[in-house]
Design a protein around this ligand. Structure first.
Ligand code: ADP
Ligand code: MG
Length: 634
């Protein structure tokens, strides 16, 4: 048998292991269960791939995301290692022959989504397979206490009965102490060896910046390090808007979110991975498991929803060891926004009951019926019929899906898309000639950015509301624009398929979920409170705050975060006076926004903002309706 070092050299060409890899590998070879906590980019995959290659038989890997599995399988295949991924969307007969291959074809790695473990066929075949190791990637997904709970992960424990004696390895980059305990319990690990590498990152500066004009600051930050970057935003619309903004500023950028087709996703991801596009603007659908070494900047344009997801997203910067920045941009309106957008849209128990009742009414499902029935579903029609808040209803459907009351098909995310094919000017001429289209087109342009550059997702019922017309009318106008080559219009009437997994029993269906619902609400509320605490604590080193959150002791000041090293030297009395005179000089000529002033003055932005704040507090300056500053006595 080859040694771990020989395998590492032979297949990967690396000459030495990274911290912890060797320890973890040795434990696995000795047949023990292991839980490995290593930072993003720490090299978790090798921890199971090397022993998987050393042992006879096949290594099973459970992973939450299709894209992740496909990447890994491709990488293994390129090294001449036989590997396959059994993801969703593969036909039954094909699954059968793939599993046959695993049993008889000397495959070394089988990647599986956790949902696959529910299928009898898959379970039967696993029983016959010579499995040598079961690896659970992103193992925190099994814990309700974690930030990314996926109930399907709970199926994994069943593998203990199917494959008694096969060692388990759980891997994750983010887990607090209680989550670590919970993972070990849920995976039924036997006396697991827990390996934890400090999550401290020498080369990563965590920063929280209070800025008035986030886009402007973003542009400056991207100009500072002209290398690869990721920008996280909260909505799909914002991914498009920010990437358009950057392109206008001459910075190469693309956008990524859950509503893109699989093809669009992979094209955009590849362009970014290969540095043909520099900046990726994404929702949190972007990035899990993505391995790109030269990301120098990660910016959060909004407050993240939990410190776990923040830490993971921020950790994508600086994997190659170069000095890198992870910046949260914030201003006064963020905190109420986070509370409103996020906490207010979490469904209550009553709301879940209501939605469930309405779903049954909508599909005319009788009491005791419905199990296994499949329905086409127009989400917006459903919401408008029963006057439900769409975000809250959406969260409820996700909750019912996660708790296996029903199953939402993948198409759920697919909606209606529009892109204008003519110039702005040509469009105005067209509208003059066709006034009946005017209100609809203008509502679209006012509501969504970037519709001249990209296929933009639009919400028909929102547009109908704004244009003061019906949904049917909106659709017919857009169809006409499509026919006349004014716009491209894709419309999927049945944007969702819902499968009911249990019979309708009203209260009896929902009551058992109450503890889960309550737990979700209290859990999310707590996570948001912790984010706010982090952002607002300007005294303690940012790196220490994060590490302590994950239960690390003996931390030390990092020396590079925005607490350890405020942007430049502290603003002195003298410096303040200088800035003061220059601001007064500018405002004597004309009103200025803070951004116009920072552009004209050669002082750091936060120093200028600090002086402005003092001047407004003292009454020397007034802020106008247009968000400009003027001298109060003028
Ligand atoms: P994680 O899953 O922990 O985020 P990966 O397993 O994706 O990290 O590994 C991150 C990168 O580090 C990969 O490009 C991998 O090839 C590289 N890597 C892992 N182990 C070593 C090693 N011992 N020497 C050099 N590079 C390594
Ligand atoms: Mg990984």
């Amino acid at each position: 048998m080859n040694s771990p070092e020989e395998i590492l050299k032979k297949y990967w060409g690396f000459s030495s292991f990274r911290p912890l890899q060797k320890e973890v590998i040795n434990e696995i070879i000795a047949g023990r269960d292991v839980l490995a906590l290593m930072p993003t980019g720490g090299g978790k995959s090798l921890c199971y791939q090397v022993p998987g290659l050393m042992k006879e038989g096949i290594c099973m890997v459970i992973s939450p995301l299709v894209a992740l599995m496909e990447d890994q399988v491709k990488a293994l295949q390129e090294k001449g290692i036989k590997a396959m991924a059994l993801t969703g969307g593969i036909h039954f007969s094909e699954v059968d022959s793939m599993l046959d291959n695993c049993i008889y074809g000397n495959y070394k790695f089988l990647y599986l989504s956790p949902e696959r473990l529910q299928q009898d066929l898959v379970r039967e075949r696993i029983k016959q397979m010579p499995v040598n190791l079961i690896a659970i990637d992103e193992a925190h997904c099994i814990s309700q206490w974690g930030h990314d709970f996926r109930p399907a992960y709970l199926n994994i424990a069943d593998l203990r009965n199917l494959k008694p004696g096969v060692p388990f390895i759980g891997l994750t980059a983010t887990a607090t102490a209680p989550v670590v305990k919970d993972i070990a319990k849920q995976l039924q690990l036997h006396e697991p060896v827990i390996h934890q590498r400090s999550f401290h990152r020498d080369n990563l500066a965590y920063e929280v910046k209070e800025v008035q004009d986030k886009n402007y600051y973003l542009e400056q930050a991207l100009k500072e390090h002209e290398e690869s970057a990721i920008i996280y935003v909260r909505s799909r619309k914002a991914t498009v808007e920010i990437s358009e903004f950057l392109k206008k500023k001459g910075i190469s950028a693309s956008s990524f979110h859950g509503g893109l087709t699989r093809k669009e996703k992979s094209e955009r991801l590849q362009a970014w991975l290969q540095d043909r596009v520099r900046v990726m603007v994404g929702t949190n659908a972007f990035g899990m498991g993505i391995d790109k070494a030269n990301v120098r900047t990660v910016v959060h344009m909004n407050l993240p929803e939990s410190l776990e997801s923040y830490f993971q997203e921020a950790g994508r910067a600086g994997r190659n060891g170069a000095f890198s920045r992870a910046i949260i941009l914030t201003n006064q309106s963020d905190i109420p926004l986070l509370k409103n957008q996020f906490l207010a849209t979490l469904p209550s128990v009553e709301f879940v009951k209501l939605v469930y009742k309405k779903l049954n009414a909508y599909f005319r499902i009788a009491y005791g019926e419905g199990e296994g029935s499949v329905h086409h579903f127009n989400f917006y029609d459903f919401c408008s019929k029963y006057e439900l808040n769409t975000l809250q209803a959406y969260n409820t459907l996700l909750l019912l899906d996660r708790t296996s009351v029903l199953n939402l098909s993948e198409q759920f995310q697919k909606k209606t898309k529009v892109r204008f094919l003519v110039s702005n000017k040509q469009l105005s001429y067209y509208l003059e000639a066709n006034p009946q289209a005017d209100a609809v087109v203008k509502s679209i342009l006012r509501t969504y950015g970037g519709a001249f550059e990209n296929n933009i997702e639009i919400n028909i019922s929102v547009i109908a509301g704004k244009a003061g017309t019906t949904q049917e009318e909106v659709i017919s106008i857009l169809k006409r624009l499509h026919k006349e080559d004014i716009a491209e219009f894709e419309h999927d009437q049945h944007d969702t398929r819902i499968t009911f997994l249990v019979p309708r029993e009203d209260e009896t269906t929902i009551n058992p979920l109450i503890p889960t619902i309550k737990l979700q609400i209290s859990g999310k509320t707590k996570k948001i409170a912790q984010v706010l605490e982090y952002v607002e604590n300007k005294e303690r080193c940012r790196s220490r705050q994060l590490l302590e959150y994950f239960g690390e002791e003996n931390t030390r000041d990092c020396g590079i975060c925005s607490v350890c090293k405020p942007s430049a030297e502290k603003l002195t009395r003298d410096g303040m006076r200088k800035i003061y005179f220059e601001i007064i000089g500018l405002l004597e000529q004309d009103e200025h926004s803070s951004r116009e002033m920072t552009e004209k003055l050669s002082f750091p932005e936060d120093h200028v903002l600090q002086v402005l704040r003092v001047l407004v507090e003292k009454g020397a300056l007034t802020v106008t309706g247009g968000n400009k500053y003027k001298l109060s006595h003028l």
